[in-house]
Design a protein around this ligand. Sequence first.
Ligand code: ACO
Length: 397
Amino acid sequence: MQGLMVKDDAVKSIFTENLQTHGAYCAREEGLKREEEAGKIKFVCVSNDKIDEHMIWLIELKNIFARQLPNMPKEYIVRLEMDRRHKSVMVIRHNTVVGGITYRPYLSQKFGEIAFCAIAPNEQVKGYGTRLMNHLKQRARDVDGLTHFLTYADNNAVGYFIKQGFSKDIFLEKKLWHGYIKDNDGGILMECKIDPKFPYTDLSTMIRRQRQAIDEKIRELSNCHIVYPGIDFQKACSNKEAGIPKRICKLEDIPGLREAGWSPDEWGHSRFKYFNASTDGTVNPKLTGFMLSVLKQAMLAHADGWPFDKPVNVRDAPDYYNIIKNPMDLMTMSRRVESEQYYVTLEMFIADARKMFANARKYNSPETVYYKSSTRLETFFSSTVQAGVQSFLHFQQ
Ligand code: ACO
């Protein structure tokens, strides 16, 4: 048996290097957390307490709200912000307000109403809005003792609030909030439950630990983290472009295949049983005939087939192979079919065709003839394969 398992140490390093501990969310949160720790930004909660610095920040935040919430009368913004029952959580960088949330805690009802929320226009979509909300939740729970937030969200901010855990379904009993919060015809009432335990300002660490725990459990239950040396295609293939092997590669020689649960009697078996490989391992001639007819009659002869008839020439599209890492075309597929070695199952053939269509839509923009052709040809391809499979089924019965 070739290709022994990689050593345990190597497995460990593969595991930790490959473990994705950072999604975009965590990366942004951690970046801002580091800035906070370095003193570059700070999150503060202030209200109208007549401290000069706080009053300046409140005015700066009022200016951001006035600009970002054009439907709100400025007088109304000032009235609520300066109302001592309201608090404003702000993000401040270089002593300038970047954005903030003004809310009113209803302590007896244990919920808070978010009145205004905005980030300065040149600072949006950098994660400040999320971190601000996390600071707000942590503070509202730990300092004010709140369990819920309610807000009337502007239509165009609903997406942001959903990402912060708000929903349009209001679970809080109506008698707890009705008559407390101000009705707002122009917005959508949304609710967020504040978790009693979440470390809101350190969510990224919690997510990283959860990912690690899940990864460890997966390692315990499966061997999918073990990486085996692959097949050397340079050595094994006679026709490099079409990837057809010089000699039929014995499946039992492929490192890791048996360990993954494969057994030799599964060779060439597919959903389409009448196309299964024969017991000596050779490709079913019915399958070869079917694939050839789909390729020649349905794809190459189709009015939308021409963009796919041969590999993309770099002279026509110099950056093509930088963007498309697994190219596919009808000529390569024809060679693979004609080799009578490559497509052992119909699924493999369909996968190559789908790859070819997806590549065209990845590289080209939707208004181009290539993009449109790929969509039309894919529809035609799917219906041709389906009809062919049906007729085989019918024939078999
Ligand atoms: N619609 C849909 N999704 C949004 C919106 C929006 N308007 N704004 C941000 N998002 C998404 C971001 O793309 C990001 O998604 P991702 O995590 O999948 O990448 C996520 O929400 C968080 O983005 P942040 O960068 O943390 O948010 P940002 O700093 O941009 O602040 C805010 C969001 C406050 C809505 C800001 O865009 C803003 O000031 N908008 C204009 C004012 C506004 O609409 N305020 C809310 C009015 S309702 C009220 O005040 C009660």
